[in-house]
Write a protein that binds this ligand. Structure first.
Ligand SMILES: Nc1nc2c(c(=O)[nH]1)N[C@H]1C(S)=C(S)[C@@H](COP(=O)(O)OP(=O)(O)OC[C@H]3O[C@@H](n4cnc5c(=O)[nH]c(N)nc54)[C@H](O)[C@@H]3O)O[C@H]1N2
Ligand SMILES: Nc1nc2c(c(=O)[nH]1)N[C@H]1C(S)=C(S)[C@@H](COP(=O)(O)OP(=O)(O)OC[C@H]3O[C@@H](n4cnc5c(=O)[nH]c(N)nc54)[C@H](O)[C@@H]3O)O[C@H]1N2
Ligand code: SF4
Ligand SMILES: [Mo]
Length: 901
C-alpha cells in the first residue's frame, strides 16, 4: 500500500531582497531543498511587510537550476569550449595565471571588476585581495556606473560619503523633489510610503525633474520636463530666484558653510528666464519649484541616475546640494539631499572601500595617513599598499583593450551588457590574456569570454550583510543549500588568495583564511573605528537581536543614527559644508544633423538590469513584453514611421534594430530605450551598443543616460514569428544561439509556459530555419502540420498537443501569427479543422498585464475607466493595485488621461 506522502515542513528564513537599494526585509519559505514562497518582513523598518513585483517573484527565479552556473569550468585555449573541472583545478589555474602575469608585468597588469550586488563580506575580501595581497588598486565596480557621482559630491560638499537622511524623512517632508529618479519603478516600496504620505496630507508638493513623463512624473504637482542634461542650469536658476527673493537661510549659511560668495557670483548669471530657456521649461514653473522648496518647512530631494549618469554628474549633485545648504534644508527631520542607491549593496561596497580610488572605511588611496592606518590594521607595511589610484571602470576596460592590463576577474556583474559602448568591452575581453568570470548564472553576455567560470551562490543561498540607501545594515541569510558546486563569493576570493599568497612570497602573508562571513564582518568593523561610518559597536549577535541597524554605531552606542549633521557640523576639516560653483555644461554628445535625436536610457518596472534573474520569470514580462524604442508620434509622423515598425537606431559607435513604440512620455526630439535587453534576448547586446564612454572628470562615471542617435526605417522583408509551449528556460537555452544571425531577433516570454521568437532579415540566414525547427522540436509528424509556398517564400508549421495549439513557426510572412500566439498562450481547445490554422489573418491582440499580483489586464482597466471608474473602484471591482501596489501609478494615469495613457 502507498503511504500518503507528508510534505516536508516549511521553514522560514529572515533575509533581505537582492534587488534594489530600498533593502526590503523578506521572509523566505523553504522546504529544505527548494524555496517555496516569500513574504515581506513585517518587522523590517524599510518595508514593514511590503514587497514590489520583483521581490514577490524572487522564489520563481530560484526554483530551477537551468541556466545556473553549477560547476567550475576552464578552457585551455580560446579555440576550445570550456570544460567542467574540479574546484582545485579552477582555483589553482586562476592563482597561477594571476601570479604569472603579476611576476612578469607587475601588479597593475591585473584587475578586478566587481559589483554593488556583492555582500559586504564578499566585497571586503576582494578589496583586501587586490589592495593588500596583490598590491594593485585596479579594483573597480559597477557602482562606478551608478553611484560614483553621488559619492564624489557628498564628499566634496559634506566632507564624507553617505546620505544625511533616512527613510522616515519620506513621511516628514512637505516638499519632495525627485531629480532624475523614476522612483515609482526603481524604488517602488519607498514610493508607496511617499504616496501614502501625500494621500494623507494634500499640502505636500511633489516636483519631478525628468526629461520623460514617467509614472513618477505623472503623479507630481509639477513636472519640469527639462532637456536632457540641463539639471545644473535648472538648479542654478532656482538658487538665483531663492537668493534674490530672500528665500535662503543666511544664518545657516554663515554658521555652517563656506564658499557661498563664489557660488552667488556664478548664479547671478542664471536668471530664471535664462535657466528656463536652457532647460526648455517655463520660467514660471522653475520659479514655482524654487518657491515651493524655499517656503517649505522640510524639503527633501530624492535623486538617482538622471543626475549621476552624466559627464557632469558630480556637478548635478553639487548644484542640488547647494540648494539644500542655502536654504538650511539639511540635518533636520524631513529635509536633505537623499541619494537613492541603486543596487542592494552599493553602500556596503563604499564602506569597505571597494573602488579604485578608495580604501577601507571611506578612506582615500592617495592619503598616506589613510594608507598607514589600513596597513596597520591589516598588519602589513604601509609600503605594501600602492599609493596610485587604480583605473575606474571605463578606463580599466580601455587598459585591458590596450593590452596594459592582461588579466581581469569579473565578479557579479555583466559588463558586456551594462558598460557603455560594449563593442569596446568585447574587444577588451577578447584581447585579454586571461579572463575569469564569477557568476551565479551561466548565460550572461560576459560568460562566453571567460577562460575560467567560477560558479557563485546567490540570493537565498548565501550569508552576510548589505547596507541600504538609509545606511541600514541588514543580514542576508541562506534558506537553502548551494546548487551544484557553487560557492559563496567570499569563499572563492579567499581560496584564490590563499593560493596566490604562496605564489607571491614577497607579498604580505597570512591575510586570508576566513572561517565564515561573521569573521569577515568583525574584521571589517574593526577598520571603521573613529571613521564617519564607525560600526565598531555592531556585530552579528546584535543584528540578530535588534534587527537591521543604521550606521554610525560606535562601540558603546545604544542605537544607530537616523540623521547626520543635525548639529550643523559637517565632516570637513573645519566642520563647514562646502558650496561649489557649478557652471552648466551641455551633454557630452550634442545632437546634430546626422544624429538628431537625444537617446535616453533607463529602467522598466519589472525587469532587473541584464535580466539573468527577472528574465526567467514569465510573469515579469507581462508589463513590458518586448524591447522597443519609444518615440513621440509627431516625430514618427514626420519621418513616415509606423508604430511597431522595425527601426535602426545608430550612433557614432554602433547600432541596433528595435520595434518602434509611440509614446508621448518623451518629447519631440527625444527617444527612450530601456537598458535591460541584451544578447540573451536580442540579436545584439542592447542599447549600450550605441552609448558612449564619456565620463565625469570628478567621478569617472560614464554618461549612460544620453547619446546622440539617428533613427531610420529598417528594411527587412523576411520575417519569422515562432512560439512554443514547454519549459521556457530550456526553450530559451535552445533558441538563444539563433538570435545573433538575424538583423533583428527577439525572444520574449509570452506566457507562463510559452516562449516567443520574432526575427527579421533581408533573407533567411543559411540553415537557420532548420536549426529553429530543431530548437523548438517542430518536425512534421502526426501532431505537426506544414504549409509551404516556395514561390512566395512562405513556410509555416504548427503543432498541437492535447487538442490545443502548442507550437508554431511562421516564416516569410507573419500575417496572423500574433493572434495565433495568443491562442497558444490561452491554451484553449482547437476548434474546427487544424488546417485552418494557415488561413489565420488576424486574431486576438496581446493584452498587456498591468497588475501582476492579480493578473489584471489593460483592456479590463480601460473598459472600466472609460465608464468613469476611479482608482478606488478599479481596486474594488478588479482587485488591481491591491497587493504590492507597483501598478497604482499607471492605473491612476489611465484614469486621469484615458486617451493618452
Ligand atoms: N525595476 C527596477 N528597479 C531598479 C533597477 C532595475 O534594474 N529595475 N535597478 C536599480 C539600480 S542599480 C539603480 S541605479 C536604480 C536607478 O533608478 P532610477 O535612476 O530612478 O532609474 P532610471 O530609469 O535609470 O533613470 C531615472 C530617470 O532619469 C531620467 N533622465 C535621463 N536623463 C536625465 C537628465 O539629464 N536629467 C534628469 N533629471 N533625468 C534624466 C530618465 O528619463 C529616467 O526616468 O534603480 C534600481 N531599481
Ligand atoms: N545604458 C545604460 N546602461 C546602464 C545603466 C543605464 O541606466 N543605462 N545603468 C547602469 C547601472 S546604474 C548599473 S548598477 C549597471 C548594472 O549592470 P550589471 O552589474 O551588469 O547588472 P546585473 O545584470 O545585475 O549583473 C549582475 C550579475 O551578477 C550575477 N549574480 C547575481 N547574484 C550573484 C551572486 O551572488 N554572485 C555572483 N558572483 N554573481 C551573481 C547576475 O546573474 C548578473 O549577471 O548597469 C549600468 N548600465
Ligand atoms: S523595492 Fe522591490 S526590488 Fe527593491 S528591495 Fe524592495 S522588494 Fe526588492
Ligand atoms: Mo545602478
Amino acid at each position: 500500500m502507498n503511504q500518503p506522502l507528508t510534505p516536508p515542513p516549511i521553514t522560514q528564513t529572515r533575509s533581505t531582497c537582492c534587488y534594489c537599494g530600498v533593502g526590503c526585509g523578506v521572509l523566505i519559505d523553504s522546504d529544505g531543498t527548494r524555496i517555496t514562497g516569500i513574504q515581506g518582513d513585517p518587522d523590517h523598518p524599510a518595508n514593514r511587510g511590503r514587497l514590489c513585483t520583483k521581490g514577490l517573484t524572487l522564489p520563481l527565479t530560484a526554483q530551477q537550476q537551468t541556466g545556473r552556473a553549477l560547476y567550475p569550468e576552464l578552457r585551455l585555449n580560446r579555440h576550445m569550449p570550456r570544460q567542467r573541472v574540479d574546484w582545485d583545478t579552477a582555483l589553482d589555474t586562476v592563482a597561477q595565471r594571476f601570479a604569472d602575469i603579476i611576476q612578469r608585468h607587475g601588479p597593475d597588469a591585473v584587475a578586478l571588476y566587481v559589483s554593488g550586488q556583492l555582500l559586504t563580506e564578499d566585497y571586503y575580501v576582494f578589496n583586501k585581495l587586490a589592495k593588500g595581497l596583490i598590491g594593485t588598486n585596479n579594483i573597480d565596480t559597477n557602482s562606478r556606473l551608478c553611484m560614483s557621482s553621488a559619492v564624489a559630491a557628498y564628499k566634496l560638499a559634506l566632507g564624507a560619503d553617505g546620505p544625511p537622511t533616512c527613510y522616515d524623512d519620506l513621511e516628514l517632508a512637505d516638499c519632495v523633489l525627485f531629480a532624475g529618479s523614476n522612483m515609482a519603478w526603481a524604488h517602488p516600496v519607498l514610493y508607496r510610503r511617499l504616496e501614502a504620505a501625500k494621500a494623507a496630507d494634500a499640502q505636500i508638493k511633489w516636483i519631478v525633474v525628468d526629461p520623460r513623463r514617467t509614472d513618477t512624473a505623472a503623479q507630481a504637482d509639477l513636472h519640469l520636463q527639462i532637456q536632457p542634461g540641463t539639471d545644473v542650469a535648472l538648479f542654478n536658476g532656482m538658487l538665483h530666484h531663492l537668493i534674490w527673493e530672500g528665500l535662503i537661510d543666511p544664518a545657516y549659511i554663515d554658521a555652517h558653510t563656506a564658499g557661498f560668495a563664489e557660488l552667488k557670483r556664478l548664479v547671478r548669471d542664471y536668471t530664471p528666464r535664462m535657466a528656463a530657456e536652457i532647460c526648455g521649461v517655463l520660467e514660471a514653473d522653475l520659479i514655482t519649484a524654487a518657491e515651493w522648496m524655499g517656503r517649505s518647512s522640510a524639503a527633501l530631494s530624492l535623486y538617482c541616475m538622471g543626475l549621476n549618469q552624466s559627464a557632469h554628474g558630480t556637478d548635478k549633485n553639487l548644484a542640488l546640494i547647494n540648494l539644500h545648504l542655502a536654504t538650511g534644508q539639511i540635518g533636520k527631520p524631513g529635509a536633505g539631499p537623499f541619494s537613492l542607491t541603486g543596487q542592494p549593496n552599493a553602500m556596503g561596497g563604499r564602506e569597505v572601500g571597494g573602488m579604485a580610488n578608495m580604501l577601507a572605511a571611506h578612506r582615500d588611496i592617495t592619503n598616506a595617513e589613510h594608507r598607514a592606518e589600513v596597513a596597520a590594521l591589516w598588519g602589513i607595511a604601509p609600503a605594501q599598499l600602492s599609493p596610485n589610484p587604480g583605473l575606474p571602470a571605463v578606463a580599466l576596460f580601455e587598459a585591458v583593450r590596450a593590452g596594459q592590463i592582461k588579466a581581469i576577474w569579473v565578479v557579479c556583474t555583466n559588463p558586456v551588457h551594462s558598460m557603455p559602448d560594449i563593442d569596446k568591452v568585447r574587444a577588451a575581453l577578447q584581447q585579454a590574456e586571461f579572463v575569469v568570470v564569477q557568476e551565479a548564472y551561466g548565460n550572461t553576455d560576459t560568460v562566453p569570454f571567460a577562460d575560467v567560470l567560477l560558479p557563485a551562490t546567490s540570493w537565498g543561498e548565501k550569508s552576510g550583510t548589505v547596507t541600504n540607501s538609509e545606511r541600514r545594515i541588514s543580514r542576508v541569510r541562506p534558506a537553502i543549500a548551494a546548487p551544484g558546486e557553487a560557492r559563496a563569493d567570499w569563499q572563492i576570493a579567499d581560496a584564490v588568495a590563499q593560493r596566490l599568497q604562496n605564489l607571491l612570497p614577497s607579498r604580505p602573508q597570512g591575510l586570508f583564511g576566513f572561517a565564515d562571513a561573521e569573521t569577515i564582518f568583525n574584521e571589517h568593523r574593526s577598520l571603521t573605528t573613529d571613521r564617519d561610518l564607525d560600526i565598531s559597536g555592531l556585530d552579528y549577535p546584535l543584528l540578530e537581536q535588534l534587527g537591521p541597524q543604521q550606521w554610525p554605531w560606535p562601540s558603546g552606542a545604544s542605537g544607530g543614527q537616523a540623521r547626520r549633521y543635525s548639529d550643523g557640523v559637517f565632516a570637513t576639516a573645519d566642520g563647514r559644508a562646502r558650496f561649489h560653483a557649478t557652471p552648466y555644461r551641455p551633454v557630452a554628445e550634442p545632437t546634430n544633423s546626422r544624429y538628431p535625436f537625444h537617446l535616453l536610457t533607463g529602467r522598466l518596472r519589472d525587469q532587473w538590469h541584464g535580466m539573468s534573474r527577472t528574465g526567467r520569470v514569465p510573469a515579469l514580462w507581462a508589463h513590458t513584453p518586448q524591447a522597443t524604442l519609444s518615440m513621440h508620434p509627431m516625430d514618427a509622423e514626420r519621418r513616415g514611421l509606423q508604430a511597431g515598425q522595425l527601426v535602426k537606431i545608430s550612433s557614432k559607435r554602433g547600432q541596433l534594430i528595435l520595434p518602434l513604440a509611440f509614446s508621448d512620455e518623451v518629447t519631440t526630439g527625444t527617444v527612450f530605450a530601456a537598458m535591460h535587453w541584451n544578447a540573451q534576448f536580442l540579436h545584439c547586446g542592447g542599447i549600450n551598443e550605441t552609448t558612449l564612454g564619456s565620463v565625469d572628470p570628478q567621478s569617472a562615471q560614464p554618461e549612460l543616460k544620453h547619446a546622440a542617435v539617428r533613427i531610420e526605417a529598417a528594411n527587412l522583408p523576411w520575417r519569422v514569428t515562432a512560439a512554443r509551449r514547454g519549459n521556457v528556460l530550456a526553450l530559451h537555452a535552445a533558441l538563444q544561439p539563433l538570435l545573433a544571425e538575424c538583423a533583428y531577433a527577439a525572444i520574449s516570454m509570452a506566457g507562463d509556459d510559452v516562449i516567443q521568437l520574432t526575427a527579421a532579415a533581408t533573407q533567411p540566414p543559411a540553415g537557420w530555419l532548420e536549426r529553429l525547427f530543431d530548437a523548438l522540436d517542430l518536425h512534421p509528424g502526426a501532431d505537426v502540420l506544414e504549409y509551404r509556398d516556395a514561390r512566395r517564400g512562405l513556410l509555416k508549421r504548427a503543432a498541437w498537443h492535447d487538442g490545443t495549439l502548442a507550437g508554431l513557426i511562421w516564416a516569410g510572412d507573419v500575417t496572423g501569427a500574433d493572434g495565433l500566439v495568443q491562442q497558444l498562450v490561452q491554451a484553449q481547445a482547437w476548434q474546427g479543422p487544424r488546417i485552418k490554422v494557415f488561413n489565420s489573418q488576424a486574431g486576438a491582440v496581446a493584452d498587456r498585464v498591468v497588475c501582476n499580483c492579480k493578473q489584471v489586464k489593460e483592456s479590463a482597466i480601460r473598459q472600466l475607466s472609460a465608464q468613469g471608474a476611479d482608482l478606488a473602484r478599479l481596486k474594488n471591482d478588479l482587485g488591481c493595485g491591491t497587493v504590492c501596489g507597483s501598478c497604482v501609478p499607471e492605473i491612476k494615469r489611465m484614469c486621469a488621461t484615458p486617451a493618452l495613457a
